[in-house]
Design a protein around this ligand. Structure first.
Ligand code: FAD
Length: 314
C-alpha cells in the first residue's frame, strides 16, 4: 500500500528549470517538494565547463552550478528528495503522482521539469570520449566555442543538425557534416544554408564507424560511404552529434498534450499544459533553445503560473 501525502506544489525534476521553479515557489510560500529523479542536477552535471550562464564570469563546472542552485532552493524551504515519478493521474482537481510506485503525492499544482535526453549513436568510441569530456558533444551552442579555429565533424540531417552545423561554421575552420542517407531530413531552406556555406563539407550516404583519439582527446573520425563501402579518416578535434533529443515524458503520455516527438505542449508564453494546475518548463517543453538559462527562465514562469493558479482557487 502506498503512503499518501498532500502538498501544495510538486516539482518533478532537478535541472535548472526545476530548481528555479523551486526557488520562486518556495519564496511564494508554496512549500514545494522537489523530486530529483535518476539524474540529480540534470544534464549539466555531465559537463565540466559552463561558460554561458550569466553571473559566472570565470565559468563554472556543471555539478558545482547545480549544487549552488540546490542550496538556493533549499535556503527558502524547498523539500528536495530522492525519487522518481513513476505514474500520474491528472484527471481530478487534486493531481496524483506516484513516486517509486510507493509514495502517492496529492498536489494542488504540479510543475514538470523532467528535461530531455540527447540521442547518441551508441558507438563505444563515441561514449568513451563523451565520458572523458574529450571532444564529443550533443550541443554546438554549448560547446562550439571550445573548438574555435579547429576542424570538427557533425552527424545529422534534420533542421537542428543544419542549424548546429551552420553555427559551428562561424567558429570553426572546417565542419564536415555526415548525412547517413542520400537525403536531408531538414527543410529545403536549412539544407540550402549549409550547402551554401563554404567551410561546410557535406558527405552524403556516410556513417560513422569510429571516433578516433589518443585515449583522452578526439583526433579524427573514421567514416564509411555506405554505397561503396569506402572508408576514410577525417581529422577533427570535435565530434558533434545532432540526431535529436528524447523528451522525458513517457509517464505523461495518457494525460498531457505532446507533439509528435513527445515534447509537452505549453500555451503561448505560459507554462500551462492542457490540464489546469499542471505546468511544464525547461527542455521537456522546448525543442528550440535547450539552454540552461532558458530552462531557468521557464522555471520562473512555471512557478509564477502555479502561484497565480493557486490564488485563483482561493
Ligand atoms: C553535455 C552537456 C553540456 C551542456 N552544456 C551547456 C552549457 O554549457 N550551457 C547551457 O546553457 N546549456 C548546456 N547544456 C544544456 C542544458 O544542460 C539543458 O538545457 C538544461 O539542463 C535543461 O534543464 P532542465 O531543467 O529542463 O532539464 P534537465 O537538466 O534535463 O533535468 C531534468 C531532470 O528531470 C529529472 N527527471 C526526469 N524524469 C523524471 C521522473 N520521472 N521523475 C523525477 N525526476 C525526473 C532528471 O533526474 C533531471 O534531474 C548542456 C547539455 C549537455 C547534455
Amino acid at each position: 500500500m502506498s503512503t499518501i501525502e498532500t502538498i501544495k506544489c510538486l516539482i518533478i525534476g532537478s535541472g535548472p528549470a526545476g530548481y528555479t521553479a523551486a526557488i520562486y515557489a518556495a519564496r511564494a510560500n508554496m512549500n514545494p517538494v522537489l523530486y530529483q529523479g535518476s539524474q540529480p542536477g540534470g544534464q549539466l552535471t555531465t559537463t565540466n565547463e559552463v561558460e554561458n550562464f550569466p553571473g559566472y564570469p570565470e565559468g563554472v563546472t556543471g555539478p558545482e552550478m547545480m549544487m549552488q542552485l540546490q542550496e538556493q532552493a533549499k535556503r527558502f524551504g524547498t523539500d528536495v528528495r530522492d525519487g522518481w515519478a513513476t505514474k500520474v493521474d491528472f484527471t481530478q482537481k487534486i493531481k496524483k503522482v506516484w513516486i517509486n510506485d510507493t509514495i502517492e503525492i496529492h498536489a494542488e499544482t504540479v510543475i514538470i521539469s523532467t528535461g530531455a535526453t540527447a540521442k547518441y549513436l551508441g558507438l563505444d568510441s563515441e561514449q568513451h570520449y563523451l565520458k572523458m569530456g574529450g571532444g564529443v558533444s550533443a550541443c554546438a551552442v554549448c560547446d562550439g566555442f571550445f573548438y574555435r579555429n579547429q576542424e570538427v565533424v557533425i552527424v545529422g540531417a534534420g533542421d537542428s543538425a543544419c542549424e548546429e552545423a551552420h553555427y559551428l561554421s562561424k567558429l570553426c575552420k572546417k565542419v564536415t557534416m555526415l548525412v547517413r542517407s542520400d537525403k536531408f531530413r531538414s527543410s529545403r531552406i536549412m539544407e540550402d544554408r549549409v550547402r551554401n556555406t563554404p567551410n561546410i563539407e557535406i558527405l552524403m550516404n556516410t556513417e560513422t564507424e569510429e571516433v578516433i583519439g589518443d585515449g583522452q582527446l578526439v583526433t579524427a573520425v573514421r567514416v564509411k560511404e555506405r554505397t561503396t563501402g569506402v572508408t576514410q579518416e577525417i581529422p577533427a578535434t570535435g565530434f558533434f552529434v545532432a540526431i535529436g533529443h528524447k523528451p522525458n515524458t513517457e509517464i505523461f503520455a495518457r494525460e498531457l498534450e505532446m507533439d509528435e516527438v513527445g515534447y509537452l505542449i505549453t500555451q503561448g508564453k505560459t507554462s500551462k499544459t492542457n490540464i489546469a494546475g499542471v505546468f511544464a518548463c525547461g527542455d521537456v517543453q522546448d525543442k528550440d533553445y535547450r539552454q540552461a538559462v532558458t530552462a531557468a527562465g521557464s522555471g520562473c514562469i512555471a512557478a509564477l503560473d502555479a502561484e497565480r493558479y493557486l490564488a485563483s482557487l482561493d
